[in-house]
Write a protein that binds this ligand. Structure first.
Ligand SMILES: *[C@@H]1O[C@H](CO)[C@@H](O)[C@H](O)[C@H]1NC(C)=O
Ligand SMILES: *[C@@H]1O[C@H](CO)[C@@H](O)[C@H](O)[C@H]1NC(C)=O
Ligand SMILES: *[C@@H]1O[C@H](CO)[C@@H](O)[C@H](O)[C@H]1NC(C)=O
Ligand SMILES: *[C@@H]1O[C@H](CO)[C@@H](O)[C@H](O)[C@H]1NC(C)=O
Ligand SMILES: *[C@@H]1O[C@H](CO)[C@@H](O)[C@H](O)[C@H]1NC(C)=O
Ligand SMILES: *[C@@H]1O[C@H](CO)[C@@H](O)[C@H](O)[C@H]1NC(C)=O
Length: 785
């Protein structure tokens, strides 16, 4: 049994296998449009992948048509998996287990609750992003899950109020794409298959099953498809097609999307799997490129299916070729062999089944079932310290008047807000909750299937009390927001030296937010505390964009956007508040002054479902692209975040063009590899500068590179600037380091809808480097053509 014990060894062992998925292209993977094979040129192929394909072919050759139909049709949920592919006992195939979700194995006991996607992206830290993915992947593997329903690139975050924006990595395709690639590599190196989701244009939860996201070709390529291209390049085993329609056709039966764009243009060699109950047809979907129907039946509680016996009939009556069914099974099984899941993969943890069969845990009847208590497999390892570190690394310092933070040994600390307290309603909130979520208790992760069951949680109040005890400080608190909102502070005396206010915004699947402000009377809570306390520090736990009408209150001396930090939330924030960790996170989205600066309304139609239309008429202008285009000053811009030290760019920008005789389009004779034409990924330019720590403490800077396309040679609708590079650099006091960025052909091209390719425009580009999208310190021009 190949089990990965250490991080370093794991990378070595499996890194080469993952490279195989990235580098090789192979004629064994056919592209079907309907029953017709569109052949592809074979190239040399890595031996690991070749061997995996051989094993998959051998596997396919042993199956009867009935068994093949079973393989492409998910089975009823068993043993606690979110979904299953049934075992085939005759040939000793144990079946496959599919589980949620992007920040924890769910549902399951004795797992870690990791920082959410948005928190992870806010770290801008490649090393921590990878480590989280590896640790998370190890937990899926440990529980016996073959396929994790992660990571998330849609919702990208078109709507600031999107209910699941926190599951993904923010609305910038470059940051999201980079984080997708690293997350896939980390999780698959740990041995679990990833299913990158939700493909595509799945930007709102409201009416999500039938809404049609109407997206033009250029916007699709430059925004919404970009991170999926990274996912394919990183070798994601699977792509999960979404509930919504695109241009009126459901994603899972959209041949234009699945065959033409995903499999042909991006060279995706894995399998397309439906989101749960997202399949809307049989033969049509198979011809459109859907390879696996999960969980097999039309809806919960039904036994009807679009696949199953229909696949057998369709082959027998000639409407689907046997070869296409073989292709579907081969696509499903190749990653299984490539990741070595046939080599002693852990069995499914049966205790998870108890959680599922008992609804949400300890209910009568289940309490007596000893299986639940005895066999839960603890897969958490030493992940708590990584979670604590990443929770702090994803916390953005937005305001810090007169260096209010870090705290200077206060002896009288006030803690306020329902979000500071321990959970009062239990340790899991995977069931549907009202829009604002639960009242008393801190929010370390969002709700719904992307959530998880905490095996413990360190609340902010608990961690602050523990810290205060060490320094003999007193802690006074009110965690009832109704009392705070009514300005009743008679329970507090004397006025604390510092008042820490904790606010939250709940987000979950199947419901979008309706308010930009943080929940539970947040504005009244902050303003009332600040009325009494001239040193008020606000911490927000939220899945994304909020307005902060109290941000300019002079008594609010500091603001921290801590996102959803995971189970160590209290320890993570204490590390920041007391300065054991210097904040280094940057906003992966824009915070507006007021909601009208921003709002792309969520469609909430009263028409019949076939008429639900969401027209993406803003094109590329979402988030900072919109603020730049319309000259709107944000409250806190994309890429912004303070530190307890200061940084300077200390050398001019030096630019080297890496390739002579550059053409406008990528070489069309190149064989498509996973990720698309390999020319797109070739570096065309290298930019170099130096950054120095000019302040009083050690800290990490995030150097960001933005490009502006030449004005006259790109189509209308091109953003003022776009992020195309970032590096996080840790610097001691006075230390100086050089930073280099490589720009690929895709980075400096736009999607030419006529050529149907990425075009590098003629003329002068402006390359700018700085510390946020509105704090650019140096720039230089570059010309390719
Ligand atoms: C959707 O329709 C728009 C507008 O006609 C078009 O530009 C785009 O290519 C279509 N997308 C897909 C995936 O068919
Ligand atoms: C073949 O069978 C499939 C699956 O039942 C069905 O959808 C399709 O209409 C059939 N085609 C013909 C020509 O009978
Ligand atoms: C206990 O739970 C397991 C796992 O779900 C199940 O297989 C078993 O039938 C249950 N036993 C009883 C007595 O309910
Ligand atoms: C959609 O409309 C329903 C009914 O009016 C309302 O309850 C719900 O809050 C709306 N959802 C959003 C996201 O605005
Ligand atoms: C807001 O505060 C008022 C009292 O000022 C209270 O009646 C109301 O229930 C509070 N709402 C929430 C959501 O806490
Ligand atoms: C700020 O605090 C001072 C002192 O407690 C108080 O007098 C003043 O009203 C407060 N200002 C605001 C805007 O709350």
């Amino acid at each position: 049994m190949r089990f990965v014990f250490t991080f370093g060894l794991g990378c070595l062992l499996l890194g080469s296998q993952m490279l195989a998925l990235q580098k090789a292209y192979n004629s064994d993977f056919q592209l079907y449009i309907g029953n017709t094979v569109i052949s592809s040129k074979p190239t040399s192929i890595n031996t690991d992948l070749k061997s995996a394909i051989n094993k998959a072919n051998e596997f396919v050759s042993k199956l009867t048509l009935t068994e093949k139909a079973g393989m492409v049709t998910g089975a009823a949920t068993t043993g606690g998996c979110t979904g299953n592919i049934a075992p085939i006992k005759r040939i000793g195939f144990p079946g496959l287990c599919v589980s949620d979700g992007p920040a924890a194995v769910n549902p399951a006991d004795l797992v870690s609750i990791f920082p959410a996607g948005v928190t992870t992206a806010a770290s801008w830290d490649r090393d921590l992003i990878y480590k989280r993915a590896f640790a998370l992947g190890s937990e899926f593997r440990g529980k016996g899950t073959n396929i994790a329903l992660a990571p998330v690139a849609a919702a990208l975050g078109r709507h600031p109020l999107g209910g699941t924006n926190w599951e993904g990595f923010g609305p910038d395709p470059y940051l999201s794409g980079t984080t997708m690639g690293l997350t896939i590599k980390g999780m698959q190196t740990a041995g679990v298959q990833t299913s990158s989701k939700h493909f595509i244009g799945s930007e709102q939860e409201t009416q999500r099953h039938d809404i049609s996201s109407n997206i033009d070709d250029r916007t699709l390529h430059e925004l919404y498809l970009w991170p999926f291209a990274e996912a394919v390049k990183a070798g994601t085993a699977s792509i999960l097609c979404s509930y919504n329609r695109i241009n009126q056709t459901h994603s899972c039966e959209n041949s234009d999307l699945l065959n033409r764009i995903l499999k042909k243009e991006l060279g995706f060699q894995g399998y397309v799997m439906s989101d749960f109950f997202a399949t809307t047809s049989g033969v049509k979907s198979i011809h459109a490129g859907l390879d696996l129907n999960v969980p097999g039946v039309i809806n919960a509680g039904s036994t009807k299916t679009y696949f199953g016996d229909h696949v057998i009939k369709a082959v027998n009556n000639g409407s689907v070729s046997q070869a296409r069914v073989d292709d579907m099974v081969r696509r499903i099984m190749t990653p299984y062999f490539l990741l070595g899941q046939d080599q002693g993969y852990p069995t499914t943890d049966l205790s998870v089944g108890c959680l599922q069969s008992c609804g949400t845990g300890f209910t009568p009847g289940c309490g007596n079932n000893q299986t639940c208590n005895i066999f839960a497999r603890d897969v958490r390892g030493d992940h708590a310290s990584l979670i604590r570190e990443l929770g702090a690394a994803g916390t953005v310092l937005l305001k810090n008047t007169n260096s209010a933070l870090p705290l200077r040994a206060p002896k009288n600390i006030g803690v306020f807000g329902n979000d500071a307290a321990d959970l009062a309603d239990g340790l899991a909130f995977v069931q549907p909750l009202p829009e604002e979520g639960f009242d008393i208790g801190t929010l370390a992760i969002g709700g719904g299937p992307g959530s998880g069951r905490h095996s413990y949680i360190v609340s902010p109040l608990e961690a602050i009390k523990a810290r205060a005890r060490k320094i003999a400080a007193r802690v006074q608190y009110i965690t009832n927001n109704a009392i705070l909102a009514s300005n009743d502070f008679h329970g507090i005396y004397p006025v604390p030296d510092v008042c820490l206010v904790f606010l939250k915004t709940y987000g979950a699947e199947e419901q979008d937010r309706t308010s930009f402000e943080l929940s539970w009377n947040s504005t009244a809570v902050v303003n009332n505390v600040a009325l009494h306390c001239p040193n008020t520090v606000v911490v927000t736990h939220s899945g994304g964009v909020n307005t902060m009408p109290w941000a300019t209150n002079p008594n609010v001396t500091a603001i921290l956007a801590a996102h959803y930090p995971g189970q160590e939330t209290g320890n993570s924030i204490v590390d920041i508040l007391w300065g054991d960790v210097n904040p280094s996170a940057k906003l992966p989205y824009t915070i507006p002054v007021k909601e009208s600066d921003y709002h792309i309304p969520i469609v909430n139609s009263t028409s019949p479902s076939g008429d639900w239309q969401s027209d993406f008429t803003e094109g590329l202008f979402i988030d900072y692209r919109h603020f730049d285009e319309n000259d709107i000053t944000p409250l806190f811009e994309f890429g912004y975040g303070l530190s307890y030290t200061t940084f300077e760019i200390t050398s001019p920008l030096s630019i080297t063009t890496l390739s002579k005789s550059i053409t406008a389009l990528p070489d069309p004779s190149r064989t498509i590899e996973p990720g698309g034409n390999p020319d797109l990924w070739a570096s065309l330019l290298s930019a170099k500068t130096t950054v120095s720590n000019t302040g009083p403490v050690v800290g990490s800077a995030v150097i960001q590179l933005y490009i502006s396309f030449p004005r006259n040679t790109v189509p209308e609708g091109t953003p003022v600037k776009v992020l195309r590079g970032f590096e996080k650099v840790r610097l001691k006091v006075g230390e100086k380091k050089s930073v280099t960025f490589d720009l690929t052909r895709r980075d400096v091209s736009f999607w030419d809808t006529v050529a149907q390719d990425w075009r590098l425009p003629e003329g002068e580009f402006e390359i700018s480097i700085g510390f946020s999208s509105r704090d650019l310190r140096i720039s230089k021009t570059a010309t390719f053509l």
